[in-house]
Unconditional design. Structure first.
Length: 306
């Protein structure tokens, strides 16, 4: 008669029976339909999102009369006349003029936002003064004001100052920290920095300007680049502002230049318009790709505590 210890050891070392083995492919077979449906759904959503882009790319190689009413994404006989016509300009104005004007406004807006909003954010985040919370609340409240509510008063103001048909109305607000969203973004980023940095700088004899320039500003690079990307894109794509304040075609931006493809009789050169739209996307795409890593870093670290 075998001992209990021997029988236990034999039982533990015995191979598992066929009924105890769970089929390894069972879980995979159950997950396969769900995974397949998820991927098909993702591809369908991606196709819906990319369809306008694909249509625009295909339309740029079509003749104007073949664009409207055509269901084909890509033409059977592609043409490059739409891109060649851009070299001739629009209404005797080179398209490089529109791009230079847009670039001037975009770069000027980025510089204004970074300088004015970072200074304002430093004051709200690192300096204690009377009425700080009230002023910050009022600034955030300006986000609730629609752009069209301020449009007429601002136009009357700039007209009385004889600034119509100049870039001043489009740039002045950027240098006065009127963009509350970017001020708020930088404030939240600067508040997370340790206060010990300011205290150590003061012991070395640094004032607020030196602390702002040498300590706070370099550490705020992700927030600054995030603001720069959004400002560049918003300024480059702005249509309402240039339409209101600019009157001469040689001062038009790219967005207004696209409007010039429609003549006074209502006839539109759709091929040239679509081709120029694609070309106008290249600076924005290049700017975004160049700084996308900093944009992700800014989004990832804006909620972290120092």
């Amino acid at each position: 008669m075998s001992s209990p210890n021997l029988s236990t050891s034999l039982d533990q070392g015995a191979p598992p029976s066929a009924t105890d083995v769970t089929p390894r492919g069972g879980g995979l077979r159950h997950r396969l339909p769900a995974s397949l449906a998820w991927h098909l759904g993702s591809l369908l959503i991606l196709a819906v999102i990319l369809y306008p882009v694909i249509w625009v790319v295909g339309g740029s190689f079509k003749k104007s009369e073949d664009i409207v009413g055509s269901l084909d994404l890509f033409p059977g006989n592609p043409v490059v006349d739409n891109y060649k016509s851009l070299a001739d300009g629009i209404a005797d104005i080179s398209i490089s003029t529109f791009f230079l004007n847009s670039l001037l406004l975009a770069v000027g807006s980025v510089v204004g936002i970074l300088v004015s909003c970072s200074l304002t954010a430093y004051a709200f985040a690192r300096i204690r003064f009377a009425g700080r919370n009230l002023l910050f609340t009022l600034m955030i409240g300006t986000l609730l004001l629609p752009y069209h509510v301020l449009l007429i008063p601002q136009y009357v103001l700039f007209r009385n100052m004889e600034m119509i048909n100049t870039y001043t109305p489009l740039l002045l607000g950027k240098y006065l920290a009127t963009e509350a969203f970017f001020v708020f973004l930088m404030v939240q980023f600067m508040r997370n920095m340790p206060r010990e940095l300011d205290e150590a700088a003061r012991l070395d004899g640094c004032g607020h300007l030196r602390i702002y320039w040498s300590i706070v500003l370099p550490l705020s690079r992700p927030a600054l680049i995030t603001s720069a990307i959004f400002t560049f894109i918003n300024s480059w794509n702005d249509f309402m502002g240039p339409l209101i304040y600019l009157n001469e075609p040689d001062k038009y931006t790219v967005s207004l230049g696209l409007k010039m493809f429609v003549d006074q009789e209502g006839l539109a050169n759709y091929g040239g318009m679509i081709a120029m739209s694609l070309v106008a996307l290249l600076p924005v795409l290049a700017f975004f790709l160049a700084f996308q890593r900093y944009l992700i870093d800014g989004m990832a670290t804006s909620g972290l505590k120092g």
